[in-house]
Design a protein around this ligand. Structure first.
Ligand SMILES: Cc1cc2nc3c(=O)[nH]c(=O)nc-3n(C[C@H](O)[C@H](O)[C@H](O)COP(=O)(O)OP(=O)(O)OC[C@H]3O[C@@H](n4cnc5c(N)ncnc54)[C@H](O)[C@@H]3O)c2cc1C
Length: 326
């Protein structure tokens, strides 16, 4: 798997507040119309955090349109600042973005689809709902939110799907029962999911408990805040007398590379496993935030995805980099 990144320049053409915490941005690329893309695609955006360049991924909202790329950004409290930077942008602002890429593929010849969105996870799901409704597929969307006031694109979805949109608003006491949702699906149905990692874990378990092939559950995840607080931790390198501190606002991958330890990486979102390192010893606890390893592998903790996963305490890893190797 290789993620090819082509960076281009774009301008913020318009912004629109969808909810108090979610803002939509229309990005117009320089010089050429927006490329066509399959639903479920995302772009990367160059952001500035504490004066340093960084990138953040954003799903493209809705089907491709000539007017530009539409993204919607949730303002993340307790964050390193990527979404805060996005929210600081006004129409006319200039940005570097990548051309769209996608890892989520729907099997369009199926007849029955279940879409599941948790919160801001609605962004890649909206385009899928539009495309499936246009094809007259049998599609139901379960949309889990804290309250209807937090639900972006609710009106558009109601018009599009009518009673095939089921809103599970926590403040109305309507929590999504994944087991019940999957039990009503025809056996050949495919599910597309986007939501927080804990909800994804629950969906994977419910899907398998319902006796369905795991390949029929497709998903996108936006990264995980993990199960432990995001704090600094220490990494020791096997065979080298080196101990590094990973601060709360940097990844293990970035710190290792900045210190010259050459860890290979690709997706940088815990999906491809290219940056996985051997774990030699754990004095504390590992907080696996990837979607690459199985439950059993996470439990065994013999490896860690350096791009997203973190720890409490000190871990010893083997980067396989040998300074004296020729
Ligand atoms: C494919 C894809 C599509 C996405 N689409 C969207 C979208 O449509 N809309 C949207 O709003 N977001 C989307 N995201 C998430 C987005 O890229 C950003 O992560 C989000 O905007 C938050 O950025 P931030 O810098 O404000 O927060 P971050 O600092 O990235 O914080 C996000 C979470 O990670 C935790 N965290 C903080 N520091 C660290 C650290 N050092 N290492 C690991 N975790 C940490 C925080 O506790 C917080 O809960 C998508 C992500 C991916 C991978």
């Amino acid at each position: 798997m290789r993620f090819i990144e082509t960076w281009i320049q774009a301008t913020v053409a318009a912004t629109r507040d969808l909810t108090p915490g979610i803002r939509e941005f229309l990005l117009r690329p320089d010089g050429a119309p927006a490329s066509r893309y399959p639903v479920g695609s995302h772009i990367q955006v160059g952001v500035t955090i504490d004066g340093r360049p960084a990138t953040r991924f954003y799903s493209l909202v809705g089907e491709a349109g000539a007017e530009g790329y539409r993204i919607a950004v949730r303002r993340a409290p307790d964050s390193r600042g990527g979404s805060r930077y996005m929210w600081s942008l006004a129409p006319g602002a200039r940005l570097a973005i990548t051309l769209p890429a996608s890892l989520v593929e729907l099997d369009w010849i199926r007849r029955h689809f279940c879409l599941i969105a948790g919160g801001i996870g609605i962004t890649p799901i909206l385009g899928a709902a539009q495309a499936l409704a246009r094809r007259n597929a049998d599609v139901t969307l379960h949309y889990a939110v804290r309250s209807r006031g937090d639900a972006a694109y609710l009106n558009e979805l109601q018009v599009l799907l009518g009673d095939r949109l089921i809103v599970h608003a926590a403040d109305e006491g309507r929590r999504l029962d994944l087991g019940a949702a999957f039990a009503t699906l025809p056996q050949q149905a495919m599910t597309l999911f986007c939501g927080p990692m804990r909800m994804l874990d629950a969906a994977r378990h419910a899907w398998q408990a319902a006796g369905r092939p795991i390949t029929d559950l497709r998903y996108e995840t936006f990264g995980s805040s993990g199960s432990l607080p995001t704090e600094s931790f220490r990494v020791r390198l096997k065979q080298e007398n080196v101990e590094l501190v990973i601060p709360h606002d940097r990844s293990m991958l970035d710190v290792l590379n900045a210190a010259g330890h050459e860890v290979m990486s690709d997706c940088r979102r815990g999906e491809c496993g290219v940056c996985a390192l051997d774990v030699i010893e754990v004095d504390g606890e590992i907080d696996h935030r990837d979607v690459f390893f199985s439950d059993q592998q996470r439990c065994d903790s013999h490896k860690i995805c350096a791009c997203v996963s973190r720890a409490r305490g000190t871990i010893t890893v083997d980067t396989l980099h040998r300074a004296d190797a020729t």
